[in-house]
Write a protein that binds this ligand. Structure first.
Ligand code: HEC
Ligand code: HEC
Length: 290
């Protein structure tokens, strides 16, 4: 067979695969793009300075909230929460008890927009919070003044975090439910693990410590503070911004598209090898005088 015809035949399948994988890549980039829009929408709401709370921090790894915020928190709680959780936070048939749950739990549920619920009976889901950072901390101050207990708000500092360590820990502890791209997934019992594309470092650390909904709790003996920071760094830097991954990263275009790219490289390699072997055999055959 003429050499160029053979070459064209050999290139046909890889070309087809390239076409297919570009298609998949475009689809998943499009889907990730909509997540990015949500990220920027929410980060403006959650990244407002926590300076007030840091001022009085006694322990370096936790955010302590000034008692001076309690009166403001009391008013906000009556306006936004007491219809279901009662004025004293003990709860009713419309909402559970909040006394003794701790600062991290209250901050997580309010800052991720899960609370206040608009009406009892609907599912609490992540959405942009309508309260400012200061208002949220004021509510936390009021609720924690009603009774002690529960984990405090972790103070997350990503400056010295080890992202590759975070990636390993994420793969081991989180990816089974949240998928390796952090997009969330359907779990059993009709429940869903949420997308990690809009969570702030503090919310990630809080989620670990409190275990919201069907998520398990990861205590300090399972994952220490440094490991929590590593995971938060991996989620906020790489999962939320896959294009910053650098190196030979495939850009987090999704498992399907990445699978196709791997398939393409693998198949292409195999074809080159088989072509080389075939070529040698042909030469040997013609040398034998056939
Ligand atoms: C319309 C009723 C309603 C309102 C208003 C409401 N909540 Fe809730 N809240 C609920 C219900 C119902 C749950 C349980 C949701 C679940 O488990 O999915 C809940 C759960 C919570 C939890 C988690 C409790 C736990 O055991 O983990 C916290 C914290 C919380 N609410 C705080 C607040 C705060 C603070 C406000 C006001 C800013 C508020 N809620 C407003 C009904 C309400
Ligand atoms: C067994 C399954 C499971 C595992 C393992 C798990 N999660 Fe979750 N996670 C969930 C579910 C379910 C929710 C949603 C909870 C709800 O809204 O009621 C969630 C919610 C979250 C949220 C809140 C996102 C938001 O913006 O509201 C974060 C952050 C999070 N998980 C991080 C993690 C990290 C980091 C790990 C690993 C250390 C992890 N999760 C391990 C099931 C899991």
């Amino acid at each position: 067979m003429p050499y160029h015809k053979k070459l064209i035949r050999m290139l046909l399948l890889p070309a087809l695969l390239v076409l297919l994988s570009t298609g998949f890549a475009v689809i998943s980039i499009y889907r990730n793009g909509s997540f990015a829009a949500r990220t920027s929408l929410v980060s403006t709401g959650t990244s407002v300075s926590t300076g007030a709370s840091q001022a009085g921090a006694e322990k370096s790894n936790t955010v302590s909230i000034p008692k001076s915020l309690i009166p403001e928190g009391h008013i906000l709680f009556i306006e936004n929460c007491s219809s279901c959780h009662t004025n004293t936070g003990e709860g009713s048939y419309r909402g559970p008890n909040l006394v003794g749950l701790g600062a991290a739990t209250v901050d997580f549920w309010v800052s991720t927009g899960r609370m206040p619920l608009s009406q009892p009976g609907i599912e609490a889901v992540q959405k942009p919070s309508r309260l400012t950072r200061q208002q949220t901390l004021a509510i936390v101050a009021y609720v924690t003044s009603l009774g002690k207990g529960g984990p405090p708000i972790p103070k997350v500092n990503l400056k010295h975090a080890n992202v590759s360590e975070g990636q390993t820990l994420f793969a081991l502890n989180c990816a089974s439910c949240h998928t390796i791209t952090g997009s969330g997934d359907a779990l059993s019992n009709r429940s869903f693990s949420s997308s990690l594309h809009i969570a702030s470092p503090t919310q990630i650390a809080e989620a670990l410590r409190i275990g919201p909904g069907n998520m398990p709790r990861f205590g300090p003996r399972t994952l220490n503070h440094k490991e929590v920071e590593d995971i938060a760094a991996y989620v906020t830097r790489f999962i939320q911004h896959p294009n910053n991954a650098g190196g030979v990263g495939l850009g987090g275009v999704g498992p399907v598209a990445e699978g196709f790219i791997a398939l393409l490289i693998g198949l292409g390699g195999l074809m080159l090898v088989s072509f080389w072997i075939g070529d040698r055999q042909e030469k040997e055959e013609s040398r034998d005088g056939h």
